[in-house]
Design a protein around this ligand. Structure first.
Ligand code: HEM
Length: 516
């Protein structure tokens, strides 16, 4: 007969050996996956179960990670909710693992492989060269806009970035930021993406099970928001794809070139669901959406450039002297001047190094057990490079906190890189085969923006009522972190046109009219 009491007594007797067995099995599997004597890289001790979770602040968590890198060395392990994350804190270590022979182990993200191929197909050197006229034009439009409304330079920078990305990706010409039907949405999509996941952006990538936490659980409300935003994004991406389709003939773009021939109105008989980039239309919409969000990184970088120039008058004066001597005062700088403007080039590099827009890069997953410098890195480990630490390593960049473009010039005034970053001198675009495919396009945009504003504008610190200049603060705490991208917080700058510019601005069409 059923006796609840005897069942109550029997349960612990039955469960105890099962729990012991499960525990032993767990320990056995754990030890098997991590053989004795094989140590993972050192790092903060953290609490049982939680690890270092509570030590990571929601904002600017890379500064905390940087402290750990300084304390424990250039490769560290952070424990988070039972998972181990390996952080690469020096260029040498990051290049060894992500860019050299081992890179195949550390570049995992298979579902993106086809997407990546598609993006590369759309960003060939020929396509990038064809964007130069647009990039020059939009930099001039920025100068025109900001000269009319100097206090709104952040919005002008946003329009610059949106105009470049929307035109090249979808053939869409951006009017003013407030009236354009896409520009604002692209930025709010990027902000939501970063914000919805902060600090989860970091955590969800590392602990994918977090996305399955039921939405009703306290603290998991971000999930509901993230789902709403994901739906908004989906609608936006499809609308943008439709725009590219409509513009295909008049204004071909990265997306329109990836559409199936009949989608472009060429009426060819084509049954294949994969377009010229080897992806479906839905995937193409997603790829376009991912690219459109990068407007935020360009906007942030050019805002940092503005801050650097306002707060370092001597750097601005030297850059102006260089541009004036090469370009004169009666025409705009162009890409044809690039080779003769090494200081401006070095300045653009230093902006990316000094305050990297992505201070913590994107997580990678390792696919095989590996030994590196005596440390064991098991398969399945999340590996992430801390760009902030890498860019502030005094062994590579002397006096790393100071803004000093000359660090990227040799004794003959020629641009130089570093041992691990020969081409650029910095690592803001990541390492190895997962490196940002938009790096060259971004380099071009940042360079021409820098050359044009240096040539056309004076950006000076504002003065207090006694006439004393107030240099805007530039310490890392003056940068926001909505999640992934880091932006300078609003700062004042006294912006005026330099000689000869007003006359040339008359020929710059109203924003959105676009180059011929
Ligand atoms: C200043 C501007 C930019 C910065 C700092 C930046 C930085 C980065 C970084 C750090 C990554 C991750 C690399 C890694 O996993 O190791 C990345 C990935 C990516 N970037 Fe950029 N990016 C910028 C602009 C752009 C632009 C303009 C585009 C497109 C035109 C673009 C497209 C992408 C794509 C598609 C990925 C994902 C690649 C993959 O998962 O394999 N980015 N970017």
């Amino acid at each position: 007969m059923y006796n609840p009491l005897s069942l109550g007594l029997a349960l612990p007797i039955i469960l105890f050996p099962i729990i012991c067995y499960a525990f032993n099995l767990h320990v056995y599997l754990y030890m098997k996956s991590r053989p004795l004597k094989l140590r993972m890289p050192p790092g903060p001790k953290g609490l049982p179960i939680l690890g270092s979770l509570l030590d990571l602040p929601p904002d600017r968590y890379w500064l905390k990670i940087d402290e750990w890198v300084k304390k424990h060395g250039p490769i560290i392990t952070i424990k988070l909710l039972g998972k181990r994350v390996v952080v690469l804190g020096s260029a040498k270590v990051a290049a060894d693992l992500l860019a050299d022979r081992r890179s195949a182990i550390y570049s995992d993200r298979p579902r993106h492989r086809r997407f990546r191929k598609a993006i590369h197909a759309g960003l060939q050197p020929k396509a990038l060269a064809s964007y130069h006229t647009l990039e020059e034009h939009e930099a001039r439009v920025f100068v025109k806009e900001v000269s009319q409304n100097p206090d709104a330079f952040r919005d002008c920078a946003k329009r610059f970035a949106a105009a470049l990305i929307l035109r090249t990706t979808y053939g869409h010409s951006t009017l003013t930021l407030s009236t354009d039907r896409f520009a604002q949405r692209v930025f709010s999509s990027a902000t939501n993406f970063a914000g919805s996941l902060a600090p989860g952006r970091f955590l969800v990538d590392i602990l994918p099970w977090l996305q399955h936490v039921p939405r009703w659980i306290p603290g998991a409300g971000w999930q509901k928001k993230a789902a709403e935003w994901a739906e908004n994004d989906r609608v936006l991406y499809i609308e943008l794809l439709q725009t590219a389709r409509e513009n295909a003939v008049k204004q071909p773009s990265f997306i329109s070139e990836g559409l199936l021939p009949q989608e472009k109105g060429e009426n060819l008989n084509c049954d294949d669901e994969y377009g010229p980039y080897g992806v479906t239309e839905e995937e193409l919409a997603y790829i376009g959406g991912t690219i459109s969000q990068t407007a935020d990184t360009i906007m942030s970088t050019v805002s940092t450039l503005f801050l650097a120039l306002t707060s370092h008058p001597a750097v601005l004066s030297r850059a102006q002297a260089e541009v004036d001597s090469v370009v004169g005062r009666s025409r705009w700088p162009t890409f044809a001047d690039r080779e003769k403007l090494p200081y401006v080039g070095a300045l653009a590099r230093e902006v990316c190094r000094w305050r990297p827009v992505a201070p913590l890069s994107v997580p990678h997953a390792s696919t095989k057990d590996d030994m590196y410098n005596g440390y064991f890195i098991p398969a399945g480990t999340t590996v992430i490079s801390c760009t902030w630490s890498i860019h502030h390593d005094p062994a590579v960049y002397a006096d790393p906190s100071s803004f000093n473009p000359s660090r990227f010039l040799d004794a003959n005034g020629k641009e130089i890189g570093t041992e691990e970053a020969k081409e650029r001198g910095h690592h803001v675009f990541g390492f190895g085969r997962r490196m940002c495919p938009g790096a060259t396009m971004s380099d071009h945009a940042i360079f021409i923006f820098a050359a044009c504003i240096i040539w056309a504008l004076d950006m000076r610190p504002v003065r207090d009522k006694h006439g004393v200049e107030i240099i805007p603060p530039v310490d890392p705490l003056q940068f926001s972190s909505g999640g992934e991208a880091s932006h300078p917080l609003p700062f004042p700058s006294s912006i005026t046109l330099r000689s000869g510019v007003q006359e040339l601005l008359e020929d710059v069409p109203f924003p959105g009219a676009g180059p011929d």
